[in-house]
Each structure stands twice: as C-alpha cells, then as structure tokens.
Design a protein around this ligand. Sequence first.
Ligand code: GLA
Length: 461
Amino acid sequence: MRVTFSKYISLVACAALVAALGCEPPTPPGKSKSTTTAASPSAPSTATNPTASEPPTTEPKTTEPATIEPQPSEPDSPAPEATEPMTTEPATPEPKPTTPDPPTTSENSSAMTIEKAAFGKTKDGTPVDLYTIQNKHGLVLKMTNYGAIVVDLETPDKDGKLANIQLGFPTLEGYLERHPYFGATIGRYGNRIAGGKFKIGDEEYTLATNNGPNHLHGGEHGFDAVVWNAEEVKTDNAAGVKFTYTSADGEEGYPGELKATVTYLLTNDDELSIEYEATTDKPTVVNLTNHCYWNLGGAGSGQILDHELMIAADKYLPIDETSIPTGELAPVAGTPFDFTKPTAIGARIDEVKQPPHVTKGYDHCYVLRGQEGKLELAARVKDPDSGRVMEVFTTEPGIQLYCGNFLDGSASGGGFKQHEAFCLETQHYPDSPNHPDFPSTLLKPGEKYQSKTVYKFSVEK
Ligand code: GLA
C-alpha cells in the first residue's frame, strides 16, 4: 500500500491532536490501516494444536501459510478501549510537528512495501528514520534505526481488524530517554551479569552496574540506544531492514571491537524474523536479543493476564534476590512456573510475587527443550478475546518471560501499567559468563555469532 505524503502529514497531525488531548493510549500515527489486498487461500493452521509435552520442530520457513484471513478493516479505527482509567500524566511527549522529507516507497513483486520517512533527530542531531513495511495480508511492521527498535507491529484479530500489538511511543522523543527497552535490540548482553564483572581467561572485565549491583542489557548506553546503519532488504517472500553497528573495543567495558548485524524481516507468512550475527577481534561475550512488549489484545487494551501461554521448557532458572540465576536448573513441574500446557499468565502470577520468590511477577529464564542452534518452537501465546496467536521459534537455548512488572503508568514507560504486556526474550541464560556450566556466550576472533528467532502470527476463532 502506498501512503501519499499528504496522507502521511495528516496522520502525523492527527496523532499530534490525539496526544495533545491525552484521550487515547499511546500508539504511533497511522495505527490502523485498511488493506485492499485480496485474501489468500487459507491453509490448515499450524497453530490449532499446541503440543505441551512434545513441541513441533517445524521450521518456520517450511510451515504452511498462516491462517490469518484478511478482511477489510475500518480505516483509522480506534485503539481498543483501555480497561483501566488512563494516567493523568501525559503518556507521551509531544509528537514532532515537522516532517522534513516525504516518505519514499518501494515495492516488489511479492506485494511487500517498504516506506522510509524521517523519524526525528537524536540529542546530538543525528537524523533517524522510521521504516514501514507491509506484507500482502496487511500486517504492518514499523522500525527505527535508533536502537534497531520495533516501533509498531499491526496484525489482524479474528474479525480481521488491525491493531498494534507491541508497546512503544508515537515519536522518537520517548525512545531517547531511559525507557523500558520497548521493542529494542539488546546488546552486547541481554539480561544481567552479576556484579558487572566477568573473566575471560585470567583477565577480569568490569561493566557498568545499572541494575542494583548488576549489569543489565548492555549497560548505560547499550545497543538499544545507539544509531544503527540501515539497509532495506527484500526477498521473494519478505521485506525488512538489515541493521549494522560496530561497537568499539572497550565500549561499555566489553573487550573487542564487535561488528553486529540484526536483520528484521516481515514475511508473507505473517512472521517477524530476526537474525543476529556478530564477529569480534578479541575474545568477548555476546548475547543479543529483542525486547518487544506484546499485548495480543492491542497495545493499551489492558492487562495480559488472560493470555494463554505455553513454553516448551521443563526447567527454569531460579534466581537470587538480585535476579541472578543461582545456577540450578529447576524443574517447573508442580510450580507456578510450569507453562508446559497452555495456562493463563495470570493464573498463578500472585504466587510468584510472594516469598520465597523475589520478583513482582514472572521475570525468569526458561531452559528450552529445543536443541541449541536449531530453530524450534519455544513458546505459543493466545489471547482468547482477540483470537490472536503468536508462536515463537528460536535457535537460542533460553527464553526470558517478563510480564511488564515494572510498568507503572509513568510517562517514561509510555503510560502503560503493570502487566499490560509480556516479553519473551530469546537468549542465552543470564549471567552465563560467570556460570561455566551454562551454554557459552564466549565469542572468539574468527568465529561468527549467529542466532535466529521467528515470531509467527495467526488467529484462532
Ligand atoms: C528484562 C529483565 C527485567 C527488566 C526488563 C526491562 O526482562 O529481566 O527484570 O529489567 O528486562 O525492564
């Protein structure tokens, strides 16, 4: 779909008005778009038979097309109603009124489109872009090269109505302040490193301690807060953006110059595919992930406690009072951490908030059954109300379940409140550099770090 410059301007102006009135949850401009793409033949669903004890090992590339049947949706339909009153604080900064360059649009034969438009400037004046990709079923992915962030992902519900299902800000300004890592690429190390210290051989390295006594998500200025180079990518069945960033030797305390690449693709099979690669010139540690905050009912539609979750893991990593793994791989059976069968996220979340547990809800890494390096089903989530289903496939050995425990309605968190989203961060285990028995996160010169995760979207009526 092409969006004309005048339509784009009117969308931006419309979003500015909505933000100024403070009457709608913060969703980016152009949130709901209609699609004129003809419905594709529906195929047997790969999502109708969630297997609890034996997850399918289907590789997303070979799975049948998704069962989403696009239907005409109302143009610019409103965001789903919030179930709680909105915060009185303005949820988001004022949108930027100016748009220097008209967006450029390109198309290819697979009916995918990519638009590139100015998204604003960082505090040091570096221009940043917003990429909008649409697939043949009308799914829309918006990404920025600031932090290689997923700004918006719009998918249809069981009635074909599009909504953005990923929390974020409508303008760049929200992302420039410290925020909850909405949609961001996380590096060099996803999750915590105890005491901000680790050793490679006899050499000890010291990182920033930006989360109590520990290092979190790459430090003060991680990969979520740098400007990446961006290159549009198109294949027969997908379109997206390849982001590259060179992290200098010693940046945030990590050794070695790290050349990192993250390629985000929206496919015509209704998948968001993320592929990570990295090389180094000195031994270092790497654990890249993405920090999307999902709400399958639509961002701002309320809590996700009714969402039914299955995680293909029989074990999880118990943590200490600072959220560092104790080293034990504990069975989930008989605990509130057991999601081997689809279970509402909220069914036992209160138990996790009580001693001996130390968190405000799920914030734990699961030990996936799948073989490391092989793309296998890691999790499946269904929102019974909207019918939206998300499946997660990964080559990673772990997945962090986090349920927006720290969201408190403040402006720096987009006005979103506790448990209004869940994150499924595919990764190596937290604090692996200090646990020699965990799968290794060491990367040496001459080696290539490679990791892939696919989020696949469908609906189930
Ligand atoms: C991860 C961590 C959480 C929290 C979020 C970001 O999921 O495990 O404790 O820090 O990121 O807010």
